[in-house]
Design a protein around this ligand. Structure first.
Ligand code: NI
Length: 179
């Protein structure tokens, strides 16, 4: 297990379309997931996508059994490995809420996301995942899966008057940020 370098916005590797995983539960896949878990934990991330450590595969992890100090007021999202995901919105309703990203350190913006989604995919063993979620859970999934199509949250921002530095917007949270 290794804490890997997290690529930052501006790196062209964050703009690629990720490749689907073809074979599950391999030593290589488990090693990738171990590195991703350790890297996410070290950075207090709410989630991490493989392209953020330079691995161009459709693999994301998110969730936690404890409250995330970077998002202290949000609901708990179960720890999840999601591979080859597909997201479908359930209705046109959107939520607007603050987001940050380990690849965009030190900044937050108000980002619109679908309120209710169904997402499908596979876990690390190749077992199917099929969940209908809303709120913060839905937001985290949409944010992480955007990394698999080369999208970073600033590309989703519509109102740039609500885009700023975490230390200015949220002085309490910035104290626990590593970035
Ligand atoms: Ni991100």
């Amino acid at each position: 297990m290794t804490i890997r370098e997290i690529l930052k916005m501006g790196d062209p590797r964050l703009l690629r379309q990720a490749e689907p995983v073809q074979v599950f539960d391999t030593p290589e896949l488990q090693a990738l997931l171990a590195d991703m878990r350790q890297t996410m934990a070290a950075a207090h991330g709410a989630g991490l996508a493989a392209p953020q450590i330079g691995v161009n595969l459709q693999v994301v992890i998110f969730g936690s059994t404890v409250v995330n100090p970077r998002y202290p007021d949000r609901e708990l999202v179960p720890p999840t490995v999601l591979i080859n995901p597909v997201i479908a919105p359930l209705g046109p309703q959107e939520d607007l809420d603050w987001e940050g990203c380990l690849s965009v350190p030190g900044l937050r913006a108000m980002v619109p996301r679908w309120s209710h989604i169904r997402y499908t995919g596979f876990d690390d063993k190749g077992q199917p995942i099929d969940r209908t979620v809303q709120g913060f859970h839905a937001r985290v999934v949409q944010h992480e899966c955007d990394h698999l199509i080369g999208m970073l949250y600033p590309m989703r921002v519509r109102d740039f008057s609500r885009f700023g530095f975490t230390e200015v917007l949220f002085p309490d949270i910035s104290a626990v940020e590593d970035d």
